[in-house]
Design a protein around this ligand. Structure first.
Ligand code: OGA
Ligand code: MN
Length: 274
């Protein structure tokens, strides 16, 4: 980071995340401030912008400044803003959206670099989102393990039972229904295109097996990695405030929304970036 920065940055936790204050995202962010946001994002992986009561058009405007906005394949967007999907849990529902540790839509051939999630309606307490730093998770592995997984490709699927079930119970996906399966292949370890660092890229929501192994053969190593990657030494958590918007980097971060507010409503607006 440069010595001077156009806003204040306070780390959320040591492994991951930072709180950004003093930015007004209702207006287009110009030049240096945008560069500062990018370098803070590279360093902290998850940025929390508090005090942003943005309209959908303003949230979308900020997203366009970060990159190309893409549609989420499984959920219908807002009527006037199809790029924005509502992430909702209603008082009578028991499952929450994305309630398994994951990186977003790794079953796409080109998974999104970033997700921008804005709090619209929060429960009186609970509903925090946890984040895990996949650079640290990779770095902490033994050299032998790194050598093995550096060579492996992983099959990613949209239809792993726990995730697909949670999704189809909650969301009106219209004609696309939860029955379609999308799959993609990605390296188990990816090199971040901006930082050049290696990040572990398997997740329990979508990673099914290693391409060159059967499911049964893949299981022990995958389970080990799923457990390893959410070690508290790599994670941090954000307790949502009204008007907060969070930007996370799907290439080196996993996230997990806590489902601890039954009987209350939680509504977030999500945009994904190519
Ligand atoms: C998502 C997601 C987390 C949350 O929108 O991709 O996983 O805290 N949401 O709602
Ligand atoms: Mn998600």
């Amino acid at each position: 980071m440069p010595d001077y920065c156009s806003f204040s940055i306070k780390p959320l936790s040591n492994p991951i995340g930072a709180l950004i204050k003093g930015l007004d995202l209702t207006e287009t962010v110009h030049g240096d401030a945008l560069l500062d946001i990018r370098s803070a994002w590279s360093r902290y992986l998850v940025l929390v912008f508090e005090g942003q009561e943005l309209t959908p058009a303003q949230q979308l405007n900020f997203a366009h400044q970060l990159g190309r906005v893409i549609r989420y394949p499984m959920v219908q967007g807002l009527p006037d803003y199809p790029e924005i999907i509502p992430v909702v849990k209603l008082p009578h529902e028991t499952r929450n959206f994305g309630g398994v540790w994951h990186s977003d839509t790794t079953y796409l051939p080109d998974p999104p670099s970033a997700t921008l999630l804005l709090a619209r309606e929060l429960p009186p307490s609970g509903g925090d989102t946890q984040f895990a730093n996949m650079y640290l998770a990779y770095d902490a592995l033994a050299d032998q393990t790194k050598q093995v997984i550096n060579k492996l490709t992983v099959i990613q699927s949209s239809a792993k039972p726990r995730v697909a079930k949670g999704r189809s119970e909650k969301v009106q996906i219209g004609a696309r229904a939860g029955d379609i399966e999308l799959t993609a292949e990605h390296p188990a370890v990816r090199i971040h295109p901006v930082t050049g660092k290696r990040a572990l890229y398997v997740n329990p929501a979508h990673s099914v097996r290693f391409k060159t192994m059967t499911s049964v053969e893949s299981e022990p190593l995958l389970s080990l990695l799923f457990q390893h990657q959410i070690n508290p030494a790599f994670t941090g958590s954000y307790r949502w405030q009204q008007g907060a918007m969070v930007l996370w980097d799907n290439r080196c971060v996993q996230h997990y929304p806590l489902n601890d507010y039954h009987g209350y409503k939680r509504v977030m607006h999500r945009i994904t970036i190519a």
